[in-house]
Ligand binder design. Structure first.
Ligand SMILES: NC(=O)c1ccc[n+]([C@@H]2O[C@H](COP(=O)([O-])OP(=O)(O)OC[C@H]3O[C@@H](n4cnc5c(N)ncnc54)[C@H](OP(=O)(O)O)[C@@H]3O)[C@@H](O)[C@H]2O)c1
Length: 277
């Protein structure tokens, strides 16, 4: 079993340096895949109302036999639930679907500027935290101006901002802002969804130097940046491979070479325009 190091968030709670993405892990096969990841050493599990698999995540938590307090369950409020009361109701519904009495990290999935209610949603999440429904609160797909406004108007700094981040889109400016404000960066689609990135010559050369796989180089690169990647894999062998990135380190030059692959967002997910309800 791999031991994944912990980090402390700005609210004093424990988080992980790497977690499991669960998008597309549904049904009995999904539960089996999530249980196998927990058995491999994963402690951070990333779900969302819109993934339609909170039931599966809750079931895997119970079936794993791992102490509940060791696991970090993340869920996300969808755009159609934005608003103060609706955010709290959304969290209560997630708890019911998960079959858990606490969500460890609750995020706003997308800001959805056309809805215009992410600030009220955030205030609802602050209330939900005070009521003990969730332990930590954060956001996803928030830009620097949105984060500034959130902090200025509520005084509550998100613990995490989960964003598209991979070698093609390293998010340098946003990561600097996070570092200045104590926000933990979390990388979604950290493998760029197994695009040609894993066959890239630069990544391949570094992998050979360290005797690891290209995937492990990419995931270690996230760790070196101080961001928590949440690779999704349904396969127990690939899950183990993905978690096994804490026995080697990349040099500054290697990190820079991987960051140099930058080309921009891959899926048109600019939070100023992209909407997900
Ligand atoms: N907040 C947001 O808006 C947002 C958006 C997108 C994603 N997310 C979260 O981020 C998680 C990860 O992102 P993602 O699922 O889009 O993409 P990803 O983790 O970058 O890539 C997943 C793909 O890579 C494959 N893969 C995994 N490990 C591999 C390995 N060692 N070798 C070769 N292929 C491998 C997987 O196939 P197998 O399963 O067959 O291994 C799957 O096809 C999601 O599951 C979700 O939890 C959040």
């Amino acid at each position: 079993m791999v031991s994944i190091p912990e980090v402390t968030l700005n609210d004093g709670t424990v988080f992980a340096e790497l977690g499991l993405g669960t998008y597309n892990l549904n049904g009995d096969e999904g539960v089996d895949a999530i249980v196998s990841a927990i058995e491999a050493g994963y402690r951070l599990l990333d779900t969302a109302v819109n993934y339609g698999n909170e039931r599966e995540v809750g079931e895997a938590v119970r079936r794993s036999g791992v102490d509940r307090d060791e696991l970090i369950v993340t869920s996300k409020i969808p755009g159609r639930h934005h608003g103060f009361d609706t955010a709290i109701a959304s969290i209560e519904e997630s708890l019911q679907t998960l079959g858990l009495d606490r969500i460890d990290l609750q995020l706003i999935h997308w800001p959805n500027p056309s809805v215009g209610k992410w600030l009220e949603t955030w205030q609802g999440m602050i209330e939900a935290r005070e009521r003990g429904l969730v332990r930590s609160i954060g956001v996803s797909n928030f830009t620097i101006p949105m984060l500034r406004r959130l902090i200025d108007e509520t005084g509550v700094i998100p613990a995490v901002n989960q964003v598209e981040l991979h070698p093609y889109f390293p998010q340098g400016d946003l990561r600097r802002f996070h570092a200045e404000h104590g926000i933990r960066t979390e990388s979604w689609s950290p493998l760029a969804r197994r695009s040609e990135l894993l066959a890239d010559a630069v990544v391949g050369e570094i992998a050979e130097t360290h005797g690891v796989t290209p995937t492990q180089v990419v995931l270690r690169w996230h760790v070196e940046l101080g961001s928590t990647p949440i690779p999704k894999s349904a396969d127990p062998d690939r899950q183990r491979e993905n978690a096994d990135v804490f026995g080697f380190a990349l040099s500054h030059a290697e990190v820079a070479a991987v960051s140099h692959l930058e080309r921009g967002r891959l899926w048109d997910g600019d939070p100023d325009h992209h909407e997900e309800m």
